[in-house]
Design a protein around this ligand. Structure first.
Ligand code: ATP
Ligand code: MG
Length: 465
């Protein structure tokens, strides 16, 4: 008789066990071990009770020793050493523990629960990873309350911003931290335009009742457009910061930002847009940011976008802001029709006075630097010479000049500092300043690059030195 391949048979035999469901095994064991307690099972995906405790809302004391066989004492855990996230931070790494089976005395408010925390992955697949809390108590209603509060906390942001990228909403601490450093005082714009930008957004979030009284939907769309490097992104970040702070300082409601980086998604752009707007409706009132709108809303996604923006579902409380370099490349259905994007703000290259202010901004930044002389007279000189530059080009000129100076100082050729070289007054004296000499070189180099770039774009270049 042919018995088939022995090894294949063994493999099949081994792999076709009875159906397993670790959750049921645990329930049965817990009910047997604690017949007088209720068992409430709460999956980790919705609330993380250990993190909730670590954040200071409860305590979770591990119970490690039992009176029985040591081999079966909790916990079961994995230990990993995680090296520093970024080499640049020069922070030490840290040990990370992942509990697979743990037993805790969990104290929350005035209640104590016995809690098992168990990874009950069944079968061979890594996904889904089913980890549950098993809460044992005589007061199940209190356990329900705990689950509710911990779930709300888990869903909230904690010094993070929601960012949509790669098809998911994810929390970003990095963006939050960079937003914390963004202030309107560092954004140089025409004063009236700056006031209008801010008032537009503040008025929107303050005026729910007005919109309701007028029976118009409480939603708004704003576009920031203009050549690269003139403050669209830093204005969005300063606005984000202001909207978060509102809650703390002005006794108003803090407004969260939802930040969309791209629509690329495993589910295609239609799915991405539906997820984006679903979240925005849930979080409203909120500030919904689409950076580089023209690359996000191309021909393929136009109809899905419009469907979400003026479809059947209400978008109350959503203020959309999109930034773009190319208003002309945006679909007219998006750019030209109010009610989708109602207002457009142009961010031009800075004029003379703004370039002077930007030089003053750098003067302030360099105040503490003993080696660099930066007298007031230099600011208008810099403004004269940078006609046609964006702020980003001006920034590049400063950074490049300072790097050259610092490099020279490190080489010790004596050209690095210029405190001793300043004499009194006059243009000739400015020529002696190492910062001014380097800035001029860098500005001229950048101007060449700018000339090439603009002639490629088909624009006329105006030199006005
Ligand atoms: N109006 C401004 N005031 C002060 N600094 C500015 C201003 N605009 C730009 N800068 C400087 O230039 C850098 C780039 O600016 P930003 O990222 O805001 O440009 P952008 O308009 O968003 O450009 P892009 O269209 O390429 O995205 C900023 O980090 C800042 O240092
Ligand atoms: Mg930008």
């Amino acid at each position: 008789m042919d018995a088939g391949d022995h090894t294949a048979r063994e493999y099949f035999h081994h792999s076709s066990a009875k159906r397993v469901n670790t959750d049921l095994v645990l329930l049965e064991a817990l009910r047997t071990q604690y017949p007088h307690l209720d068992v409430i099972v709460a999956p980790l995906a919705r609330c993380n009770l250990l993190m909730y405790a670590a954040a200071g809302f409860a305590t979770a004391e591990p119970i490690e020793a039992s009176h029985g066989h040591h081999a079966y004492d909790p916990p079961v855990k994995w230990v990993a050493y995680v090296p520093p996230q970024r080499r640049l931070d020069s922070q030490p790494g840290a040990f990370s523990e992942r509990v697979l089976f743990g037993k805790y005395m969990y104290k929350w408010k005035d209640v104590e629960f016995l809690m098992y925390f168990v990874n009950g992955r069944d079968g061979t697949a890594a996904y889904p990873d089913v980890t549950q809390h098993y809460i044992l108590t005589t007061e199940p209603q209190k356990a329900y309350q705990l689950i509710k509060e911990a779930s709300l906390w888990t869903e909230e942001l904690h010094d993070e911003v929601w960012v949509f990228d790669g098809g998911f909403w994810d929390k970003s601490r990095e963006l939050y931290e960079s937003v914390q450093k963004s202030h309107w005082s560092n954004v140089i714009l025409d004063e009236d335009m700056k006031k209008a930008l801010i008032a537009d957004v503040e008025y929107f979030f303050d005026s729910r009742d007005t919109y309701t009284d007028l029976k118009v939907p409480w939603k708004r769309g704003i576009i920031y457009y203009g050549p690269p490097g003139n403050g669209k992104t830093i204005s969005i970040k300063a606005m984000m910061n202001m909207l978060y702070k509102r809650g703390k300082e002005d006794n108003k409601q803090s407004v969260p930002t939802l930040y969309v980086r791209s629509l690329s998604s495993w589910g295609g752009p239609e799915r991405a847009l539906s997820d984006i707007f679903k979240k925005a409706r849930a979080e409203a009132p909120c500030y919904l940011v689409f950076e580089d709108l023209d690359s996000i809303v191309n021909d393929n996604v136009r109809s899905y976008f419009l469907n979400e923006v003026d479809g059947l579902r209400a978008n109350d409380g959503i203020l959309m802001v999109g930034s773009t370099n190319h208003l002309d490349r945006l679909d007219p259905g998006i750019a030209k029709r109010p009610s989708r994007f109602d207002r457009k703000y142009y961010f031009p290259d800075p004029d003379w006075e703004q370039r002077r202010q930007y030089a003053v901004f750098w003067q302030g930044k360099l105040k503490g630097n003993k080696a660099i002389e930066f007298p007031d007279e230099l600011c208008p000189k810099i403004a004269n010479r940078t006609d046609g530059f964006s702020f980003a080009y001006m920034q590049e000129a400063f950074v490049a000049a300072l790097l050259v100076i610092a490099g020279r100082r490190n080489d010790g050729d004596g050209e690095g500092g210029d405190k001793a070289q300043m004499e009194d007054g006059g243009d000739d004296d400015l020529e002696k300043l190492v910062l001014w000499r380097e800035l001029k070189k860098q500005i001229d180099l950048l101007r060449e690059e700018l000339g090439k770039r603009r002639s490629n774009d088909g624009n006329i270049i105006g030199f006005n030195l």
